[in-house]
Design a protein around this ligand. Structure first.
Ligand SMILES: Cc1ncc(COP(=O)(O)O)c(C=O)c1O
Length: 369
């Protein structure tokens, strides 16, 4: 087949309005955590139906501060899915706690809720489900388990802004919900993140911790904690405020493109994603699992040679060198689904700039493999 298109795995859609919004901030001279950060926080909190939104420097810093604000530290355990982007487990290590890995449901790529309870111990200080690839984990069930054991839930919703279980947005089920604005997300500021919560005390603590431990007391700065610099710039916030205006359209476009894959992909060696009833998928990634008769890495190279960018979707985290050396877990035995998703998962291009013909073109190439 002749190569007629070059389709990267991702390409952010930055409009002239987004650029104008950034330029306005640059001209104003107020570059860090100013009016636009406040506007972003207000707009996102209202959109999601959360009481507080706190803008931070990226998704990893949101998860890091969520754990610190909840007092998770050395000797504690945090339940995480075995399959996610590595940041989910790294932040647990960074606060000195141990990630307790739980296998995933291979149909949804989310934590297998039936396996959570047996991993809860007296040391469990948080459950951190990931809403993988834009699909809500079983959040009602997870929060019910967490309530039973009085353990907070931190939702890693890095990839799932706008996704829902029932009528409620992801990020608002947990005590804290975290979002990332990395360029592969629905809206992006290059780097950026937001934490949402309904707990004012936690929100206040996070605001202090993101800004060098500063608290205003009687109009004066006091340094009340050993804080970080995890602030967002105002030009990043301006870019996000501009893109938030079209978030619903972006999600609709992604849903339409995903439906085209659903209709056009017919190669039986590629299993297509499953969408459980009652969940609104935002398709941060269209993730298929390839049959074990195919070599996934070779396939990535083959598709690249035909002008199509693909990659694996996420890692089996306990299988990565640092975690393998530290915890020495038998991943094949303990996390067969996370291993399958890691070794045979394939993320296909899906973003607003693509059109139906692009998806048909990609599907045809895959169907003819
Ligand atoms: C599930 C998940 N958690 C956390 C992160 C970290 O976010 P960031 O890259 O903004 O630090 C990512 C990044 O893509 C992610 O996919």
């Amino acid at each position: 087949m002749e190569i007629t298109r070059n389709i990267p795995l991702m390409s952010p859609d930055i409009t002239d309005q987004d650029i104008a919004a950034v330029t306005e901030v640059l001209k104003s001279g107020m570059l860090v955590q100013g009016k636009k950060v406040a506007e972003l926080e207000e707009t996102l909190a209202a959109y999601l139906g959360a009481e507080h939104a706190i803008a931070l420097s990226n998704g990893t810093s949101t998860l890091h501060l969520a754990l610190i604000a909840l007092g998770v530290g050395p000797g504690d355990e945090v339940i995480v899915p075995a399959f996610s982007y590595i940041a989910t487990a790294n932040v647990v290590e960074l606060v000195g706690a141990a990630p307790i890995f739980v296998d995933i449901d291979i149909r949804t790529f989310n934590i297998d809720v039936a396996q959570i309870e047996k991993h809860i111990t007296a040391k469990t200080k948080a459950i951190m489900p990931v809403n993988e690839f834009g699909l809500a984990a079983d959040l009602s069930m997870i929060t019910a388990i967490a309530q039973k054991y009085r353990i907070p839930v931190i939702e890693d919703s890095a990839c799932a802004l706008g996704a829902k279980e029932g009528t409620k947005f992801t990020g608002t089920y947990g005590t804290l919900g975290s979002f990332s604005f990395h360029p592969r997300k629905a809206i992006t500021s290059g780097e950026g993140g937001v934490l949402v919560t309904n707990d004012k005390a936690l929100a206040d603590k996070i605001r202090i911790l993101r800004n060098h431990g500063i608290e205003m007391q009687n109009g004066m700065m006091e340094f009340v904690a050993a804080g970080f610099n995890y602030r967002m710039t105002d030009f990043q916030a301006a870019m996000l405020c501009s893109q938030l205006k079209r978030l619903d359209t972006i999600i609709e476009k992604r849903q339409k493109l995903a439906a085209v894959y659903g209709r056009e992909l017919k190669n039986p060696k590629f299993s297509k994603p499953y969408i459980p009833e009652g969940k609104l998928h935002t398709w941060q990634t269209y993730h298929v699992v390839v049959d074990s008769s195919l070599d996934r890495n070779e396939l990535i190279a083959q598709l690249k040679a035909q002008g199509i960018g693909t990659n694996y979707g996420a890692q089996c985290m306990p299988y990565q060198q640092f975690f393998k050396n530290k915890y020495k877990l038998d991943c094949e035995k303990l996390f067969p689904n996370a291993m399958l998703a890691y070794t045979n998962g394939l993320a296909l291009p899906l973003y607003e700039k693509l059109n139906e013909e692009d998806i048909i073109y990609i599907s045809n190439i895959i169907n003819n493999l």
